[in-house]
Ligand binder design. Structure first.
Ligand SMILES: [Zn+2]
Length: 462
């Protein structure tokens, strides 16, 4: 913890993201140890240990990146190949638990560099990842995902549920809680993640929900993500994926579902009534604006091969407009009389900070800049020719900003990026090590799947 730290951020454009979305156009934030102790104009602080000159800067809460996985090592392969069964799934089989720390450190570096001070990360081998988080110093809610189908059979459209695979995955998820929950001064916490209603069975949902209730944890899952899932759940249980979870008694305000790309109006009504949250990722087809209108808690997650919240916000806002311009909108839910079919950037910023914190149940501590909350703060350097001059820094940051514009990232009162340099991670070393691990995984995969390497070489012009 940032014990005895005393940081004064001076004269920034502060977006607090408190309940009133208070903006202080030229204000200061005072941090002592791990907490914000004062926010206002011209604060009198006798002898701060460190002063951040935040003139021409946007000062805001760090992003809460509410749904991610560790999959950067696919970069440069999977985007070119694009076949889930021939490339993605077999490649996953080449990962070893021992490789997770190097990949994890590069992943934490990406979160910190891009201002995600809190991230939720779901992964098969979460233990090595948690070690990396401990070293990097960011805040992370980690889950081991539980799926137990035969991926070989799934290739041919057959779902076979494997009991041994199930037991091993459930054990990893529960062990993660016992070993890591509350560690790193509380910056590492855990949650339960039955992967998706087609990839695991009802007993797993019930078991993980009981474990979560017993230990005060939350549950997250992928929900109505793909046509494959939708069809399988209909076939097995005769209902939609959300209705299946509702009838199981899993759906409540401690549950979040990622995607909901194929949700129905009735599904969203159940979600609204139970207080369940939606984690919105890269999908331009989802009815984001309707969820916001209904008052469903929504967080944003990068869930991709890169984790830039600015890019996510930009694309999702544009996506909402693209979808709304189709006649009738998504499943006819778009309200045609609405004045604007796009959430403004302040609403997107809310989803990316306090909104995400609410869905993850951490909003009493993070997600906004308020006195006595944790000091998770980022600053954007606005002195770029593509941002300044501007009348509204927030709109401009989300239209034109990049992670490189973030010059300070503070978590728990401690600088993790200071004046655009990482402080806890040697970036060059971490990236070279992750590249080595990535090469190990992909070289082995290509050796054993020469036909895949041939396809990749043709597409990559190698
Ligand atoms: Zn996901």
């Amino acid at each position: 913890m940032g014990k005895h730290s005393d940081i004064l951020i001076k004269k920034g454009f502060i977006a607090t993201m408190d309940e009133n979305r208070t903006i202080v156009p030229e204000g200061d934030v005072h941090i002592v140890d791990d907490r914000i102790v004062e926010i206002g104009e011209n604060l009198k602080v006798p002898d701060p240990e460190y002063v951040v000159d935040a003139k021409h800067h946007l000062v805001m809460p760090g992003f809460v990146n509410s749904h991610t996985h560790l999959q950067q090592y696919f970069r440069g392969v999977y985007e070119l190949m694009g076949d889930f069964f021939e490339t993605n799934l077999p490649l996953e089989g080449y990962r070893q638990p021992g490789q997770m720390e190097t990949l994890g450190l590069a992943s934490c570096a990406e979160f910190i560099y891009g201002g995600s001070t809190t991230s939720m990360l779901i992964y098969t081998y979460p233990d090595g990842y948690a070690k990396a988080v401990d070293e990097a110093g960011n805040r992370c809610i980690v889950a081991g995902d539980v799926e137990h189908v035969s991926l070989e059979k799934l290739k041919h459209g057959v779902f076979e549920y494997l009991p041994e695979k199930k037991d091993a995955a459930v054990k990893r998820a529960k062990d993660l809680y016992h070993k890591w929950h509350g560690k790193a001064d509380g910056k590492i916490t855990t949650l339960m993640c039955p992967k998706a209603p087609d990839m695991t069975q009802p007993d797993v949902y019930l078991d993980m929900k009981a474990f979560a209730d017993e230990h005060g944890l939350r549950v997250t899952t992928h929900l109505s993500q793909s046509q494959r899932e939708y069809k399988q759940v209909k076939k097995l249980y005769g209902k939609t994926p959300p209705q299946h979870l509702y009838d199981l008694g899993i759906m409540d305000d401690k549950l979040t579902g990622a995607h909901l790309t194929y949700g129905t109006a009735k599904d969203f009504q159940l979600i609204k009534e139970t207080g369940m949250g939606i984690l919105h990722c890269h999908s331009v087809e989802s009815p984001l604006i309707d969820w916001i209108d209904m008052g469903i808690p929504v967080g944003l997650g990068t869930d991709d091969y890169f984790h830039d919240m600015l890019d996510l916000i930009r694309k999702q806002r544009t996506g909402v407009q693209a979808r709304a311009s189709k006649a009738g909108g998504y499943l006819g839910m778009i309200n045609a009389s609405r004045a604007s079919t796009r959430p403004d950037f302040y609403t997107m910023l809310e989803l990316a900070t306090i909104g995400g914190a609410k869905t993850l149940g951490v909003d009493s501590e993070v997600g906004s800049l308020e006195v006595s909350k944790k000091a998770d703060v980022i600053t954007f350097d606005l002195m770029n020719p593509y941002i300044t001059p501007t009348r509204d820094p927030i709109t401009s940051i989300f239209l034109y900003g990049t992670p490189g514009d973030i010059d300070n990232v503070i978590v728990d009162g401690r600088f993790l990026k200071k004046d655009k340099r990482m402080t806890t991670i040697n970036l060059a070393e971490a990236l070279v090590a992750a590249q080595g691990t990535c090469d190990e995984i992909i070289d082995k995969f290509f050796q054993e799947h020469p036909e895949q390497e041939k396809v990749w070489k043709a597409k990559a012009n190698q």
